[in-house]
Design a binder for this molecule. Sequence first.
Ligand code: NDP
Ligand code: 8X3
Length: 249
Amino acid sequence: MKTTALITGATSGIGEATAHEFAKKGIRLILCGRRLERLKQLQNTLKKLTDVHILDFDVSDKNAVLKAITSLPSKFQHIDVLINNAGNAHGLDPIEKGSIDDWDAMMDSNVKGLLYVSKAIIPQMTERKSGHIINIGSSAGKEVYPKGNVYCGSKHAVLAITEGMRIDLNPYGIKVGAVNPGLVETEFSKVRFKGGKEADSVYSGFKALQAQDVAEVIYFAISRPPHVNIADVLMFCTAQANSTIVNKT
Ligand code: NDP
Ligand code: 8X3
């Protein structure tokens, strides 16, 4: 039977690259994001390779999440693989200067959104006693860096939730893992800096990870044999040693 995967945050960056990677392998896709036009474009491109259904909703809106998942046509209702990727950083400020709106946006999408989407999909996995969930964490979920405070907190939460999911879903044979990249050149910094010029320098002077690099690791994780679960991956570009050390020219 064909594998079906639901990917959140498929309109750009890591999620979009993962959609392309999965489509190449013939995986049936449910692609999610808020920007409907981008989802339509992606569907048009990838439908040559596989079946694609698109869902535009905000992961932080729990009613919208449930409505979207329950609206799936029958061909897409059986979800084998969930990639919880939607999320962003908003702002890079010391804690005393941070914006409450930015904090809300990060906790609502990165943490609560991941939970809402998981809550909508886990019941069918426990019922079938099979499934695979990959949460996109971050190196920021393993190591806090200056001004990263709440974003790092949200990604530490993703890691803790991943470990909790793996424990609780273990009796059902459901695989759970996290892929935690360091700096990846996507729209991430444009969002973090709200389109400001600070974004321009984030990936300059070194070769950052590309979204495709992460997509390949995600595909590797979901394509292991049934007895193998890739539980946790930390990946950096060669120029990055940890959250604060990057060898720039
Ligand atoms: P992008 O900004 O390129 O992509 C973010 C994606 O998340 C978009 O598709 C966006 O879609 C979606 N998204 C964000 N908020 C919401 C929301 N509230 N509801 C629905 N969808 C949402 O960044 P990346 O590809 O880099 O980020 C993907 C994930 O990878 C994030 O979880 C990020 O934290 C993580 N990550 C990124 C790293 C990096 O350096 N780039 C490193 C480590 C982890 P739309 O706007 O259409 O809703
Ligand atoms: C994204 C990587 O270092 O900008 O999670 O937090 S970083």
